[in-house]
Design a protein around this ligand. Structure first.
Ligand code: B12
Ligand code: SF4
Ligand code: SF4
Length: 341
């Protein structure tokens, strides 16, 4: 560690070594300079955040890391590949294994331990998803990849099959990345055309209100009619715009932590028929907990209705008498798809 005008200067090679040892697949460094507000404020002004009200809060912190960590100088962008060649599932790939929030928090803790030992005067702030941090922007600035038309960060090595974390430091590093300025999509628009709900409203801009990821993970209210009709084989999260992407051609197999848990190996009808005891036994440690028992079965009922899967008639009839109003409503709607109103 060195120092210039009272500010510590850390070795980027050493930090990268710590990040790799902690389990991250990609690491890059950007100067922690403020983010121009227009893209975020326009997105919010259009209502693209749906009812994710926390996206509207703490905007100053979201756009300027020095509000989160006084004197922040460096953003360390970190990514983990989660792609594995597992069987098809109605659960999005990122959510099949151990919850990545827990994995990334463990990895950030390991980094912080190294920092405390190696550079005790340096302060830090770590973000995994839920913090007021624009993680894709930092990943681009730190040279990990570019934001593609599907709105995802796409990296040269793992395509877009990565989840992110950001670690701010009030120290400088000896080498910063030049952000990749290139557009990797060119004339391609496969993701825009394949999106089952036209949620990619312009290049790189996703309207959460129409996105099945939002609808299946975040929306506790009833999913609007035309959107449920698009939920065939989609129960938790959506990968369609990543699945069709040619930049995702040759991903590498991810760490064992991302291996599918038992809950994510179940089919749609099995998820609809889950008992509370099975759910309670299988859900801990997985991202599926976010939907809750009723939310997961509601989504599965929608997906069976979207597919007009007559084999699921018995389970749907059972769900019509469920304690949860939203499960009952989804099951009745699904049955009406092949039995009539
Ligand atoms: C809100 C949110 C959502 C919303 C909105 C999605 C969205 N695209 O914004 C919903 C619920 C729909 C969602 C869905 C998903 N999400 Co999400 N989500 C977030 C969250 C919390 C904030 C994103 C945000 O700030 N959006 C607001 C917009 C305005 O910001 P932005 O997209 O970053 O846009 C900036 C840049 O892209 C850039 N930009 C925009 N347009 C252009 C154009 C050009 C030319 C350039 C140069 C730059 C540029 O400027 C913008 C603002 O400065 C982040 C975690 C975090 N804290 O960052 C995860 C995050 C983006 N999600 C993630 C994932 C994995 C998903 C899903 C794949 C999950 C799934 N399988 O169901 C889907 C993908 C949907 C999609 N196609 O984008 C990962 C993305 C990993 C990756 N490789 O990109 C993140 C980073 C979480 C994490 N820690 O890993 N998500
Ligand atoms: S995650 Fe699904 S619904 Fe959302 S933009 Fe991508 S393809 Fe469309
Ligand atoms: S499918 Fe085509 S347009 Fe969409 S992100 Fe991939 S390369 Fe870009």
């Amino acid at each position: 560690m060195g120092a210039v005008e009272g500010v510590s200067v850390l070795s980027s090679a050493q930090l990268a070594g710590w990040a790799t040892a902690a389990g991250f697949d990609l690491v890059g460094f950007a100067r922690a300079e403020p983010i121009p507000p227009a893209a975020l404020t326009d997105w919010l002004a259009q209502g693209h955040h749906a009812d994710l009200d926390w996206m509207q809060e703490r905007l100053e912190e979201r756009l300027d890391p020095r509000r989160l960590l006084p004197g922040a100088r460096t953003a360390v962008a970190l990514a983990s590949n989660y792609w594995r060649d597992d069987a098809a599932s109605p659960v999005a790939r990122y959510a099949r294994g151990r919850d990545y929030h827990a994995t990334h928090r463990d990895r950030l803790r390991a980094l912080r331990r190294q920092l405390r030992a190696g550079a005790p005067s340096v302060h830090d702030y770590g973000s995994v998803d839920a913090n007021p941090v624009m993680e894709k922007v930092w990943a681009v600035r730190a040279g990990l990849g570019v934001v593609a038309k599907n709105g995802c960060l796409v990296t040269p090595r793992f395509g877009s099959w990565v989840v992110l974390a950001v670690w701010f430091l009030d120290a400088e590093v000896d080498a910063y990345a030049a952000p990749a300025a290139e557009d990797r999509c060119g004339k391609c628009r496969l993701c825009i055309d394949a999106c089952p709900t036209s949620a990619i409203v312009q290049d790189r801009v996703v309207d959460a209100r129409a996105c099945l990821s939002y609808q299946t993970i975040e929306n506790e209210a009833a999913v609007p009619g035309p959107l449920r009709e698009a939920m065939e084989e989609i129960v938790f999260g959506c990968d369609v715009c990543q699945q069709v992407c040619p930049l995702n051609d040759a991903p590498l197999r991810a760490h064992e932590r991302f291996a599918p848990r038992a809950l994510a190996t179940k089919g749609t009808a099995e998820l609809a028929a889950l008992t509370r005891a099975e759910y309670d036994a299988l859900v801990p440690g997985t991202p599926l907990a976010r939907a809750g028992y009723d939310g997961l079965r509601r989504n599965a009922a929608y997906a069976l209705g979207a597919a007009r899967d007559v084999r699921a008639r018995a389970v749907l009839e059972l769900l019509c008498g469920d304690d949860s109003p939203k499960v009952r409503e989804a099951a009745a709607w699904a049955l009406s798809r092949f039995l009539g109103p």
